[in-house]
Design a protein around this ligand. Structure first.
Ligand code: FES
Length: 104
């Protein structure tokens, strides 16, 4: 396990999203109405850059920019086809005023 700094918490208000990298793993970190969440930035359908798609902060849903599958950011589960498998999720917490994501 390792932890990656995302941003100072005051610079990551609700509605924020940021992509961080751990080696070849890219992770999208979101502030959904105050909940800090992270999913793999790779769609389970065809490797689309999931966290670069439009997202709905109120619903905590991101839309894959490649073929349009909608994913629940809280669970990583797809809500619409063509994706049908979940993406990985990662714990996010705040340490000493910094948002951090825990990666395997
Ligand atoms: S790559 Fe995401 S829906 Fe196809």
């Amino acid at each position: 396990m390792a932890e990656l700094d995302v941003a100072p918490v005051e610079e990551f208000p609700p509605g924020s999203v940021k992509i961080v990298n751990a080696g070849e793993l890219a992770i999208g970190v979101f502030n959904c109405d105050g909940d800090l969440l992270a999913i793999e930035d790779r769609c389970s359908h065809d490797d689309g850059p999931l966290a670069e798609g439009d997202w709905e902060p109120d619903e905590c849903i991101v839309v894959c920019p490649r073929h349009g599958s909608r994913f629940d950011i809280r669970s990583g589960r797809p809500l619409t086809l063509p994706a049908y498998e979940p993406v990985d999720t990662y714990p996010v917490h705040v340490v000493d005023g910094v948002v951090r994501v825990v990666v395997p």
